[in-house]
Design a protein around this ligand. Structure first.
Ligand SMILES: Nc1ncnc2c1ncn2[C@@H]1O[C@H](COP(=O)(O)OP(=O)(O)OP(=O)(O)O)[C@@H](O)[C@H]1O
Ligand SMILES: [Mg+2]
Length: 274
């Protein structure tokens, strides 16, 4: 069955987009077929994969608001072999308001994914926006698994409380949602901030695995300018190696890995210390 995984954190700049793209590239290198969904009006993933936003006939905006469109109608090929994309568009910012008039507005993505023939892909990877809005709620209800990219930053742990409260609120609508774990990104090996954050995550969330950490790399952004993945642009870099490890980790993660939203509810929501 096709696994549907979102990279989700309402905090901006935690490498959600970079991770969606490079995990997709890592899984494709392993022979898997991957569909990525750009659910951010910034359309960073769309631009990073070489799709020209200005020339798009249709985007995820149309998918969410037009009942007659299916995933296959909006999927495009990308510059990365084995990786397809449902592109975003700045119009998606307006979807928030337009969805207000739609019945079951928080389930639109779920309906589209349920009614799609996903057999062409082994994985669907969703790049979430840095927000807790109706688009984010659509993602939390539609996906099977969540990975939380988190960067060493004093605010990173503070935003987790709201994140887990939101997951707890949607638990009735998606009780099988599984939190695979935290993906530490932009980790400088000798940084005190990074080691403190990893220690706090282990202490505060012992039931949530830590995925292989992605090292900080000032050259990583160059691959975006080249409209390709870090795995292709710097194949022998430590960042490429780390994303390959994450790809392997995800493939090994079975139904027993992580925590379900229902588990979280049963134990009471997990609360990060502010
Ligand atoms: N391992 C890394 N080392 C250094 N910089 C990185 C790394 N990964 C990502 N970045 C940079 O951090 C910035 C944010 O990354 P990215 O856009 O992937 O985050 P995001 O969570 O998707 O952001 P947003 O919340 O705005 O969608 C970008 O400039 C990106 O190039
Ligand atoms: Mg992003």
């Amino acid at each position: 069955m096709t696994r549907v995984i979102a990279f989700f954190n309402q905090k901006g700049g935690t490498a959600k987009t970079t991770s969606t793209l490079n995990v997709a590239a890592a899984l494709a290198e392993r022979g898997r077929r991957v569909l990525t969904l750009d659910l951010d009006p910034q359309a960073s993933l769309t631009m990073a994969t070489g799709v020209d936003v200005a020339r798009l006939d249709r985007s995820v905006y149309d998918l969410l608001l037009d009942d007659d469109l299916g995933i296959a109608d909006v999927a495009n090929e990308t510059t990365i072999p084995g990786v397809d994309l449902v592109p975003s568009h700045p119009d998606l910012a307006a979807a928030e308001l337009e969805l207000l008039n739609v019945l079951e507005r928080e389930r639109q993505l779920d309906y589209r994914l349920r009614h799609a023939d996903l057999a062409a892909w082994d994985y669907v990877l969703v790049d979430a926006p840095p927000a807790l809005n109706i688009i984010s709620i659509n993602i939390l209800i539609a996906v099977h698994e969540l990975i939380i990219p988190i960067e060493p930053h004093p605010l990173s742990l503070m935003v987790l409380r709201r994140l887990f409260e939101t997951i707890d609120r949607i638990r009735r609508l998606n009780p099988d949602l599984r939190l695979l774990g935290f993906l530490p990104t932009k980790v400088h090996h000798s940084s005190r901030l990074a080691s403190d954050m990893l220690e706090t995550l282990r202490e505060e969330f012992p039931q949530l695995p830590l995925l292989p950490a992605i090292p900080l790399s000032v050259r990583g952004a160059e691959s975006t300018a080249e409209r390709t993945s870090i795995l292709h642009y710097m194949p022998r870099s430590s960042v490429a190696a780390a994303y390959r490890e994450v790809g392997a980790w995800i493939e090994d993660a079975d139904a027993g890995t992580g925590v379900t939203a229902a588990d979280l509810g049963g134990k009471g929501a997990i609360h990060a210390r502010p």
